[in-house]
Design a protein around this ligand. Structure first.
Ligand code: ZN
Ligand code: ZN
Length: 141
């Protein structure tokens, strides 16, 4: 399986395979620490440094996707390597995939506005997740 890539395939040691399995099985875009805790349940004794290095390697080979939120938050990892967008909860920080098709004119509009030959985009929507409830009702009753 694995993506078509010009790079040499990564050698999947049992530890790396365990890390990859955990990321692919996780829908919540876990951080390295969270992945470390989950891998520990299947491979007790694995070190954090090993997990961290494996994540870097898997990301470099396109087997997992690194999501850098760029606001000082920990990098998250995504086992879904197909193009998709994300929505993040402004209250609890939960992070979900968005499979809604965005208008293809977005890239064209950005190209026109900036002169860049836009090849893709990574959109992050923000709002309250269902667990945190709808936004507070506007004041005034
Ligand atoms: Zn939430
Ligand atoms: Zn995702």
């Amino acid at each position: 399986v694995g993506p078509t890539s010009a790079q040499a395939p990564v050698r999947l040691t049992p530890q790396r395979a365990a890390v990859l399995d955990v990321v692919r099985a996780s829908r919540d875009h876990p951080t390295a620490r969270e992945i470390f805790a989950r891998v520990g349940t299947v491979r007790p004794g694995i070190g954090f440094a090993t997990v961290y290095r494996a994540l870097g390697l898997l990301a470099a080979h396109g087997l997992v996707r690194e999501l850098n939120l760029g606001d000082g938050a920990s990098v998250r990892y995504d086992g879904n390597t197909r193009p998709h967008q994300h929505v993040v909860c402004t209250d609890c920080g939960s992070f979900a995939d968005v499979s809604v098709e965005l208008p293809s004119t977005i890239a064209d509009a950005v190209s026109t506005a900036t002169g860049y030959a836009v090849k893709g985009y990574d959109v992050r929507f923000q709002g309250r997740c269902p667990n945190c409830g709808p936004a507070a009702a506007p004041p005034g009753r």
